[in-house]
Design a protein around this ligand. Structure first.
Ligand code: APR
Length: 236
């Protein structure tokens, strides 16, 4: 492996669980209260925009009450210290990685604190509620929607992610069930290109079989330990 291997990290809802943000597919998970097709599809947005906007308004408002945890902070420390290539791809739509200080970051499923114009594609930072019928400041169309990738829509940044996976020496997956593609397939792409693969998760996931190594436990414990291990090895 190169002096400073090129690293791609994928995070899912499990990295934010210890900050108090519900995951999707566990007891009390976000999908427990709603059917995906009712709040996270283009059809749902067309059928009942008020319900969809309200679902994301509630999740956006919940961000005010949570803080990055030790896992987010350790990943930001790695981002600042790592001299080699590093890309943190998150499936999460919260802003905890940014708030912890990560900069080499890509939100492949969108962001709660962003609004997207369905007409012109312009984005606007958004903090409060986003009522249906809000006009876009760029094109004035009444077409602002949550900047969230719905099921059936193309995730953001796939070309950049695939290119990073092709160059990766190390792929690390943190806090994801490996239930949703294309993210669930990244480990196989990384392996195909010769990367070493590591999973840090509370429980075995759908993708665990594809990893060279899987460490089970809370991200708040496993991620700082892994970052310390990586940085001390790089300085050796
Ligand atoms: N530390 C580490 N892992 C944890 C923790 C924790 N404290 N708590 C839960 N986990 C793990 C669970 O074991 C599970 O494997 O996090 C994973 C969460 O899985 P999901 O709830 O399915 O969330 P995620 O994998 O991010 O879902 C992927 O599905 O619904 C879509 O767009 C949504 O981005 C989401 C995507």
């Amino acid at each position: 492996m190169a002096d400073h291997p090129s690293i791609v990290i994928l995070t899912g809802a499990g990295v934010s669980a210890e900050s108090g943000i519900a995951t999707f597919r566990g007891p009390g998970g976000l999908w427990e209260g709603h059917r995906v097709e009712d709040v996270c599809t283009p059809e749902a947005l067309a059928r009942d925009p008020a319900l969809v906007h309200r679902f994301y308004d509630l999740r956006r408002a919940a961000l005010d009450g949570v803080q990055p945890n030790a896992a987010h902070r350790a990943l930001a420390r790695l981002d600042a210290a790592w001299p080699g290539e590093l890309l943190l791809v998150t499936q999460n739509v919260d802003d905890l990685h940014e708030r912890a200080g990560s900069t080499r970051l890509l939100h492949m499923h969108g962001k709660l604190r962003s609004a997207l114009c369905a007409r012109c594609g312009a984005r606007a930072a958004w903090a409060g509620a986003l009522p249906p019928g809000t006009a876009c400041a760029a094109c004035e169309a009444v077409a602002l929607r949550p900047d969230i990738v719905f099921f059936g829509e193309m995730p953001y940044g796939i070309d950049a992610i695939e290119a990073a996976l092709a160059r990766a020496d190390l792929f690390v997956s943190i806090g994801t069930s490996g239930a949703v593609y294309p993210a669930a397939g990244f480990v196989r792409t990384a392996r195909h290109h010769g990367a070493a693969t590591l999973e840090l998760n509370l429980d075995p996931s759908d993708g665990s079989i594809w990893f060279d190594e899987s460490r089970m436990g809370p991200a708040g414990v496993l991620v700082p330990a892994w970052v310390d291990e990586l940085l001390s090895r790089a300085q050796a």
